[in-house]
Design a protein around this ligand. Structure first.
Ligand code: ATP
Length: 253
């Protein structure tokens, strides 16, 4: 592994710390030995070829998958030791934007946003719920979509609403799985801009899995590349762009 450690990495508080993570499916060893730290407030982009285990990595972070070895600390808690109640509480601090970003088709945008809010923030009044929904819709630039059905929205708009639904619970950590896949370049840039807005406005720390180099360029404070189930390189965007390693160059061409 080639590690370029920045000063911030040495001194800042880590909101996620993964050490020697291993995960197999049957005989297929997907994550051999992955260690990484997510620094408080940063956007960390995870790059890697298709099938290198990027989605498996973030599913292990929220224990949608159980690792075979290694440790994962999230907000100071070792997730493998948490009982289901404590795990549930921890998950409420994590916003997970899945690749599909699926909305409930039979619900309006407003109902889609109310759903996680009513489940997780049980003590909010109706007025507070309405205000919160308007706030997040304004923050994704879609205040006028309140009463629309998902089928009336474009792919980019659906992605924005999925993002609004994720931030409505005020997560401390955001996990984005391919947030721009399937979107045209202009819409992709808008989503990257929103990821940066969310980072600033909600002070989130984020892991962004992407194949989209423009998304990485627009959002990354640091980048980690996975290869063959291990961390291949950690560094800044400039360090990746200036790398003479042909594997890194093939991504950044
Ligand atoms: N639940 C599962 N059961 C069996 N195999 C799985 C499971 N989840 C993932 N895999 C396998 O693990 C490997 C890594 O999958 P993963 O989805 O993490 O790749 P990825 O790097 O995110 O790829 P992509 O960029 O194409 O989304 C793949 O070979 C996949 O088939």
């Amino acid at each position: 592994m080639n590690t370029i450690q920045t000063d911030t990495e040495v001194t800042a508080k880590h909101v996620i710390e993964i050490n020697n993570l291993k995960k197999s499916f049957g005989t297929q060893l997907v994550l051999k030995d992955v260690s990484l730290k997510l620094i408080n407030g940063e956007n960390l982009v995870v790059l890697g070829k298709s099938g290198t285990g990027k989605s498996v990595l973030i599913k292990c972070i929220v224990r949608l998958l159980n690792p075979d070895g290694g440790t994962i600390q999230v907000l100071g808690e070792n997730i493998s030791t948490l009982n289901s109640d404590r795990l549930g509480e921890l998950r409420q601090k994590i916003g997970f934007l899945f690749q599909s970003g699926a909305l409930y088709d039979s619900m309006t945008v407003k109902e889609n946003l109310e759903f996680p809010l009513r489940r997780i923030r049980k003590n909010l009044t109706e007025k507070e719920i309405s205000e919160k929904i308007i706030e997040v819709l304004e923050n994704v630039g879609l205040a006028d979509a309140l009463n629309k059905m998902p089928s009336q929205l474009s792919g980019g708009m659906r992605k924005r609403i999925s993002l609004a639904r994720t931030i409505v619970i005020d997560p401390m950590i955001m996990l984005y799985d391919e947030p721009t896949t399937g979107l045209d370049p202009v819409t992709s840039d808008e989503i990257s801009g929103l990821i940066n807005d969310i980072q600033k406005r909600y002070k989130t720390s984020s892991i962004i899995i992407t194949h989209d180099i423009e998304c990485a360029r627009n959002t990354a404070n640091r980048i980690i590349m996975l290869k063959d189930g291990e961390v291949y390189l950690v560094g800044s965007l400039e360090e990746f762009e200036q790398s003479s390693d042909p594997i890194i160059q093939s991504f950044f061409k």
